[in-house]
Write a protein that binds this ligand. Sequence first.
Ligand SMILES: [Zn+2]
Length: 178
Amino acid sequence: MTDMIVANEPLDEKKITLARKIILELQRELPQYIERGSGPFLAAIYDDNGNLIAKEANSVVNSCCSHNHAEMNTLRAAEEKLKTYDLSAHHLKMYVSAEPCMMCLGGIMWAGIKEVYFSVPSKDVEKITGFDEGFKPQWFDEFKKRGITVYGNIETEAGKKVLQDYVKLGRKVYKPER
Ligand SMILES: [Zn+2]
């Protein structure tokens, strides 16, 4: 049983087909990053011609920095590569192995990303791993207002499997003490 794809625009099969391909690739590669000490999330930014601009995993633990989520690392790499803090003119798409957390939504918005595609929704990330994804009221609508397309729940079964494996490995689920 796969989850229903959700979006903030009428479903576009072409976008979904491409997103499935890229996200499955991220999910296939993610265990290698985890093996090297990364957190269980991977993001990639592509341009309209299918060129990969940046791809980075979560490095909170191995770089000792709470905001080094996969999305933030990928945005930073893309901005450094293209030498701009405003990516909007490049019309870039971000693909990510799980729904962005509250911090990353801010990062994506301020970087000028135009389209976001994610796999595992936050409720499942939280259920499987215990990570806290924050509060994100109506973010699909808020992104739409700002001209940012969002598609979610893409290839969730493969995405959940990577997270389950991460937990089984006994890897760190970092969060601030409360
Ligand atoms: Zn995040």
